[in-house]
Design a protein around this ligand. Sequence first.
Ligand SMILES: Cc1cc2nc3c(=O)[nH]c(=O)nc-3n(C[C@H](O)[C@H](O)[C@H](O)COP(=O)(O)O)c2cc1C
Length: 157
Amino acid sequence: MKTLIIYYSLDGHTRFVAEKIALISGGDLLEIKTAKQLPGGNVFKHFWGGKQVFTGEKPEILLLSKNPADYDLIFIGTPVWAFSYVPALKTFFSQTKISGKRVALFLTCDGMPGKTFINLKKVLAGNEIFGELALVSPFKNLEESTNKIKNWLSNIF
Ligand SMILES: Cc1cc2nc3c(=O)[nH]c(=O)nc-3n(C[C@H](O)[C@H](O)[C@H](O)COP(=O)(O)O)c2cc1C
């Protein structure tokens, strides 16, 4: 079974989860990157990031290095921005059709996931969504976060 882990990450939390999933599953990673590098790790990101979500912006993303159509099992991960998934994934979904796949979702946030999973499920209609994992501030307790990821995956693989 070929596994692909698709994710976006500005400050590394979601990348951490994606890399753990790849390590455990042996799957391939596909990081969605915006053409314009946005500054992470400062307070301004909340303003421009929030604005992107509320105005429905679709930032340009770099060419994908993998084709999701080649995979059976797909993980999709996002940080929560303004209670939903990130604009870069919005661009990705508008350019790449994912259908008829087994899909598991994961997110990282600071405690308010909002409608992220609901909105992801809407845009991924036509796939079998069989798992969800939400991690709050995973860097605060790396061991606990790693255990949560391992436990979640043990039900999948
Ligand atoms: C623009 C912006 C909006 C955010 N909105 C939310 C939110 O609505 N709820 C929440 O719990 N965290 C929110 N966060 C925090 C991030 O979801 C959280 O820090 C996440 O783990 C960051 O992932 P990353 O390091 O992979 O980029 C927001 C962060 C940014 C930059």
